[in-house]
Design a protein around this ligand. Sequence first.
Ligand code: COA
Length: 161
Amino acid sequence: MKIGVYPGSFDPITKGHLDIIIRSSKLFDHLIVLISSNPSKNMLFSLEERLFIAKELTKEMPNVSVECHSGLLIDFLMDKDIHYLVRGLRAVSDFEYEFEMALANRWLSSKGVDTIFLMTDEKYFYLSSSLIKQIASLGGDVSEMVPDIVNKKLKEKWKKK
Ligand code: COA
């Protein structure tokens, strides 16, 4: 069985991420969306919230599951004997960061893991979770760029603050 892992902080998950999930789920027998830790980011949504949202959004996708993991990504892959990572690429600016991570993961796995890159849909070229959070925090409308459940949760967050 060919299994792929799509890791990310997904804070929050956007339609751009969802597009990558749908497309990459067709490349594997099973795709795991992995809510991972990124120590260099301050999260708006808790791990539980991100897990809940991702599960809701993928519940109709029969070969997609959602898990979370803290620690090294490569440990998760090695434990489960998984050899493929999926990442989305937007602008050229993503390339250096993604190149570094792909090479590091390949090195850490002694060349046992490869990263497959999918070009983002052009509609989501400039989309990022930070941009969404910034627009939403200032009362802007992000409904075109995030799933309804995320839009609702963002509104709740800023109402509370
Ligand atoms: N559409 C829209 N936005 C997209 C996108 C797409 N197709 N693809 C990426 N993005 C955006 C995200 O919204 C996010 O925006 P933000 O920076 O404003 O939050 C950004 O691109 C990248 O985020 P994401 O894909 O969630 O990844 P990340 O960089 O936050 O996390 C991990 C990367 C989790 C995979 C990495 O940190 C990791 O592996 N962590 C585990 C620890 C580890 O093993 N470290 C060593 C790695 S070599």
